[in-house]
Ligand binder design. Structure first.
Ligand code: GLA
Length: 384
């Protein structure tokens, strides 16, 4: 849908013109999975597709929510902040609550959302909704928070109101992305660097498994708890605040502390993934794309064996891709239990890759995959 059509839709739904139009992208994480909440370094980028949000002031102090991706509209009053409803409006309402908790009352708007990020595919459609809401309400309410604060508020909205105990990677990438760059983000300090994505002759291809990651909230929260337990054990030997402050060697030397091998494997994923991210950023800087690709493959393997967040669909997509002509690397991206893979594919092999992987996936799993050549875009912004 183009912005002209979106404006027409706004008028159909609310009977008047939209006054503002904002956009926030989805994101794809190149490497560094499940370590943002372990104080690790991650390497995501913003995509060119995302969520559009149109708004106009209402006469009263209620808030109307319409999503063109969902079947209904609803009007909410301030009592909606007392408890979550389990509906998609929890994402924007969680953000409204963050403003309210800081003494701002960004109420009284008609809002219309539309997104072209595949839902529940691990490309951060929820972070995109949160951040676009935060950026718009920040401007309209005159609250004046800086972008990093809005990113943190969006993460808290998801943690506290929605109940998904996510790290900060998605909201950060959605809020801070830049076209042509990936973000090397240190999640312990929020120091970050934009690294030019020089992958000449290659493309990043996203494969959507169309296996929805339904378990993600419960399993995700469980992984976080396991990491906290592993950290507690390791603190008997090392005075660290997060798993990723340890090297793989340090972890190995402390293996004797673990009576639960599951906890040890969770920790091993975190520390080795962090080391892989540092190596991958270095590989990209020196133009060693083969090494970057190998690290992507190793990341998938670790997420499969040690972190156990992949599943048969994602394993087929990533592992079969790894063996195809022109593919340097392939891995699951995002929270897991379904969703998407990202592969680094030689430009002239992309068509054959899409055809062949699509056939293999349907043959082995019975689902149809969808493919997108990733277009790296800018972070959240006002369009007009
Ligand atoms: C989800 C979360 C992120 C991150 C990833 C896994 O997308 O929202 O914070 O933990 O999973 O890397």
């Amino acid at each position: 849908m183009n912005t002209h059509t979106l404006r027409q839709k706004f008028k159909e739904v609310y009977g008047r013109d939209a006054e503002s139009l904002y956009f926030a992208p989805g994101r794809v994480n190149l490497i560094g999975e499940h370590i943002d909440y372990n104080g690790g370094r991650v390497f995501p980028c913003a995509l060119s597709f995302g969520t559009y949000l149109l708004a106009a002031k209402r006469q009263d102090s209620r808030m109307a929510f319409t999503s063109l991706n969902m079947p209904y509209s609803t009007v909410k009053g301030k009592d909606a902040l007392e408890r979550k409803s389990g509906e998609w409006t929890d994402y924007p309402l969680g953000v409204v609550k963050e403003f309210a908790d800081r003494g701002f009352e960004p109420w009284g708007y008609d809002l219309l959302y539309w997104g072209d990020i595949p839902n529940r595919a691990g490309l951060s459609s929820s972070a995109s909704v949160e951040v676009v809401t935060a950026v718009l309400l920040n401007d309209l309410s005159g609250a004046g928070f800086d972008r990093i604060e809005l990113v943190k508020m969006s993460q808290h909205a998801e943690n506290d109101f929605v109940g998904m105990n996510c790290g900060i990677m998605d909201q950060f990438a959605v809020g801070m992305g830049r076209s042509g760059f990936a973000i090397a983000l240190d999640c312990a300090t929020l120091d970050y660097e934009l690294v030019p994505l020089h992958i000449d002759g290659y493309k990043l291809v996203i494969a959507n498994s169309n296996k929805h990651h339904d378990l993600v909230t419960s399993e995700y929260n469980m992984r976080r708890t396991q990491c906290e337990k592993a950290l507690e054990i390791l603190r008997q030997r090392y005075p660290v605040d997060a798993l990723c402050a340890l090297t793989p060697e340090q972890l190995e030397k402390a293996a004797d502390l673990f009576s639960d091998e599951v906890l040890y494997r969770r920790a091993r994923h975190a520390v080795t993934e962090n080391a892989r991210v540092n190596e991958a950023i270095q590989a990209l800087r020196t133009g060693d794309l083969s090494r970057f690709g190998r690290l992507m493959n190793e990341s998938h393997h670790s997420l499969k064996e040690d972190y156990e967040v992949t599943g048969v669909e994602m394993d087929v997509l990533a592992e079969e891709a790894q063996g195809l002509d022109g593919v340097l690397g392939s891995r699951i991206t995002g929270g897991g239990f379904g969703g998407c893979t990202v592969s680094l594919v030689r430009e002239d092999a992309v068509d054959a890759f899409v055809r062949r992987l699509g056939e293999i996936y349907t043959g082995k799993v019975g689902l149809r995959a969808e493919f997108y050549v990733a277009d790296i875009g800018d972070g959240a912004r006002k369009i007009c």
